[in-house]
Design a protein. Structure first.
Length: 254
C-alpha cells in the first residue's frame, strides 16, 4: 500500500445527504454504491471548476476523498449550500487514504489507478508518494496542481474521459455551462500527458510549437507531466517544446 498523504476525508451524513449532493455535483449520486465509488466535481455558478473528489458510500453515509490542502475550504462551501438540508459535514481526521492494487474500492477514474483503501490504522507500506505520482502522470489523471480553481472548466481537464460528469442526471450548479461546452463545441483545450527528453520545467512554463504558445505546463515529476494545450494545435509530426525541453504530447492512458 501507499499512503496518499495529500488526501483528506470528509463525512456527510443525514437523511437528505443524497438529495443534497445530487443538486451540487457533476455526477449522478444514484451511481454510488458501497461497491462502486464515484468521481465528481463541484463547480461555480459560472461553470468553472472549484473542487473535485472521490465519493464512497459507507454505512449509509457518504465520504468525500479530497485534496487535503483545500478540505476546510470545501467544508465552508458545502455549508453555504446546506440551508435547511438535514445533513452534517464533519472531517474524518483519524482516517487516511491508501492506494493499493488488491484492497479497497476501485478508483472510478481508471482501472490503471488501482484501488483506494480507507483506514484509521497504520498499514504496511511498499511504496512512496513519488511512486503514486509517477503512476498518476503516466495515466494522465489531474491532481491538485493541475486543476486551477475558478479559472478552468472540467471538460478541458478530461473529466468526461475520467468518468467525472454525467450529462443525463439533470441540474447541478454550473450544469448549463458544461452542457453548452459539450454540445456546442466549446471544448478547445485539453490536458495531455507529456514526455520530455530531460526533466521538465515547473508548472506555468509555456508549451510552444514553431515559436507559437499553444499551452501551459501543469504538474510534473522528472521527465513526465501534464500540460493543458489547444486541441487544434496538437497533430502528428509537430515538434513541441516546454522551455528548452523537447516534448511529446500524448493522450490519456486509461
Amino acid at each position: 500500500m501507499i499512503l496518499l498523504s495529500d488526501r483528506a476525508l470528509l463525512k456527510i451524513s443525514g437523511i437528505d445527504v443524497r438529495e443534497f449532493l445530487q443538486g451540487l455535483i457533476t455526477n449522478d449520486i444514484n451511481k454510488l454504491t458501497a461497491q462502486n465509488a464515484l468521481y465528481a466535481a463541484l463547480l461555480s455558478a459560472q461553470g468553472k471548476y472549484l473542487f473535485d473528489f472521490i465519493l464512497y458510500e459507507i454505512n449509509g453515509d457518504i465520504v468525500l476523498d479530497v485534496d487535503a490542502g483545500r478540505a476546510e475550504e470545501l467544508i465552508k462551501k458545502l455549508k453555504v449550500y446546506k440551508l435547511r438540508s438535514k445533513v452534517e459535514i464533519t472531517p474524518m481526521s483519524d482516517f487516511k487514504v491508501f492506494y493499493d492494487l488488491e484492497e479497497g474500492i476501485p478508483d472510478p477514474r481508471s482501472t490503471r489507478l488501482g484501488k483506494r483503501y480507507l483506514s484509521d490504522e497504520a498499514q504496511v507500506e511498499n511504496g512512496s508518494m513519488e511512486d503514486y505520482e509517477t503512476l498518476r502522470l503516466q495515466v494522465g489523471a489531474p491532481g491538485a496542481r493541475d486543476l486551477v480553481a475558478e479559472d478552468s472548466y472540467i471538460l478541458q481537464n478530461n473529466f468526461e474521459a475520467l468518468n467525472g460528469v454525467d450529462f443525463g442526471k439533470g441540474c447541478y450548479v454550473g450544469q448549463e455551462i458544461v452542457a453548452r461546452m459539450k454540445y456546442k463545441g466549446g471544448v478547445r483545450r485539453s490536458l495531455y500527458r507529456i514526455e520530455g527528453d530531460k526533466d521538465l520545467p515547473a508548472a506555468g512554463e509555456k508549451i510552444t510549437a514553431a515559436d507559437k504558445t499553444i499551452g501551459e505546463m501543469r504538474s510534473s515529476l522528472g521527465a513526465i507531466g501534464l500540460a493543458q494545450c489547444e486541441i487544434s494545435e496538437v497533430a502528428p509530426g509537430k515538434k513541441y517544446f516546454c522551455g528548452d525541453v523537447k516534448i511529446k504530447l500524448l493522450p490519456l492512458a486509461l
